[in-house]
Design a binder for this molecule. Structure first.
Ligand code: DLL
Length: 415
């Protein structure tokens, strides 16, 4: 941490100015115990300093950039040095190794290649591990199925929503996943629930693990579940020091949901001290009896800015998803719509698809309405659409939340 503070002070940018304002003039002024007194950085800071971001290394030391399209379509660009790419390969190799991948593995990588960190992050890690990476990228599902049948990968990497889509496509093509030899899937980049995990495991016949990361910090590999991590994700905290904080920025105890804040201890291209992610999770120590020493984080519980306040009640879209997917009649394609056409009377609308044509849609709508009211404490307008009524995402992240403030509904059938 002191090394990071020294690098930031030497780079003399925004973070150095904030450190000096907080009375820090040298690395010896900081310790882990009073970390919460140090300034934070946010996505807004990256937007304000677009496109060079908070680069701390000279331009000729940068070997690549990545980023995300970001909330509200505003891009963020992250510069990486060769050292950063090396750190990324290491943490990703560790994540894949923890999932059971070895040098003998074939990793089918259906995360999108490009500015998005999913494709190349897994790619670097798989190669570092010595596995064979199949860089199939997103989309073109028929070709993906062909490659999976021909190359027989044991590891599948993609977004959880695409894993569901692949499973459906396999079943439609009459392919039995049991014949394929897939052992484990490393799924992330978007929220998914325990129910979705069950569905993916059943449909693809593999063990489904969660991987978390964000481009600002490095990309995938910031934290990843391992076969033995007890349902939580091991944080690569030798590179990314993690805190969970309350809205005032003060630490919350282990087990209490808080916003994740990361400090990149080893990065050099765009090192960040106390980056506020907006992601909400709980933290815990290593699993009992485990040889691993890293702290763990829960699956993400939601995002600070995804929290909907409907008639005074705070609701995270993942809570709605948990209710929907607990019902075996509901397919994992759904859309939550925050209807603010009448601003004083916001309403939640939920569009779902039944698993099959034989489902009694009126009974399903009634039961979901009841279950949502029980769980959230407010009623929602449930619309059961025909199969295919909720658009699929073949590339990139699934869209599960939409806002409707005027005009046409975000998808037909919601009125
Ligand atoms: O999504 C990096 C990544 C790629 C992670 C592939 C895992 C697998 P960004 O595009 O910058 O980076 O988006 C980061 O996505 O702040 C979370 O809100 C969300 N997110 C990432 N992983 C998960 C996850 C990549 N496992 C943002 N569960 C983060 C829920 C996730 N949300």
């Amino acid at each position: 941490m002191r090394g990071l503070v020294s690098r930031l002070l030497a780079a003399d940018g925004l973070q150095a100015a904030r450190l000096r304002d907080a009375g820090v003039t040298g690395a010896e002024d900081v310790g882990l115990d009073d970390l919460h007194r140090l300034p934070m950085v946010t996505k807004q800071d990256l937007w304000d300093h677009y496109p060079d971001g908070l680069r701390a290394a000279p331009a000729d030391a940068i070997v690549c950039v990545h980023g995300s399209s970001g909330t509200g379509g505003r891009p963020t660009l992250i510069p990486y040095t060769a050292h950063d790419v090396d750190v990324w390969a290491q943490v990703m190799a560790r994540a894949l190794g923890g999932a059971g991948a070895t040098r003998r593995s074939t990793v089918h990588n259906a995360y999108g290649y490009g500015l998005f960190t999913g494709g190349l992050g897994i790619h670097h890690g798989g190669m570092r591990l010595g596995a064979t990476v199949v860089p199939s990228s997103g989309g073109m599902t028929d070709r993906q199925l062909r490659l999976i049948q021909d190359l027989r990968p044991d590891v599948l990497c993609c977004t959880p929503s695409y894993a569901i889509h692949l499973g459906e496509a396999m079943h439609a093509a009459g392919v039995d996943p049991a014949d394929l030899g897939l052992r484990v899937g490393v799924f992330g980049a978007e929220p998914w629930t325990a129910q979705m995990r069950d569905q993916i495991e059943r449909s693809l016949g593999l063990r489904a693990l969660d991987i978390y990361g964000l481009s600002e910090v490095i990309g995938p590999g910031v934290a990843c579940e391992s076969l033995d991590s007890g349902g939580m994700l091991n944080v690569a905290e030798d590179h990314f020091y993690v805190e969970a904080v309350d809205p005032a920025g003060l630490p919350v105890p282990d087990g209490t949901p808080g916003e994740l804040v990361f400090s990149t201890l080893t990065k050099t291209g765009m090192p960040l001290l106390r980056y506020r992610t907006g992601d909400i999770a709980t933290l815990a120590g290593p699993a009992d009896g485990s040889a691993r020493t890293l702290r763990r984080m829960s699956k993400l519980l939601g995002r600070r800015d995804d929290m909907l306040v409907v008639r005074g009640v705070n609701v995270f879209p993942t809570e709605i998803e948990a209710v929907l997917l607990a019902d075996p009649r509901v397919s994992p394609h759904y859309l939550v719509v925050e209807d603010r056409r009448v601003s004083a009377r916001a309403e939640l609308r939920v569009a779902v698809e039944p698993f099959s044509d034989t489902v009694d849609t009126a009974a399903l709508a009634r039961d979901l309405d009841h279950a949502l009211r029980e769980r959230l404490g407010i009623g929602c307008v449930v619309r059961v659409l025909g199969q295919g009524g909720v658009p699929r995402t073949e590339t990139g992240k699934a869209r599960r939340l939409a806002r409707w403030s005027a005009g046409e509904p975000p998808i037909p059938g919601l009125e």
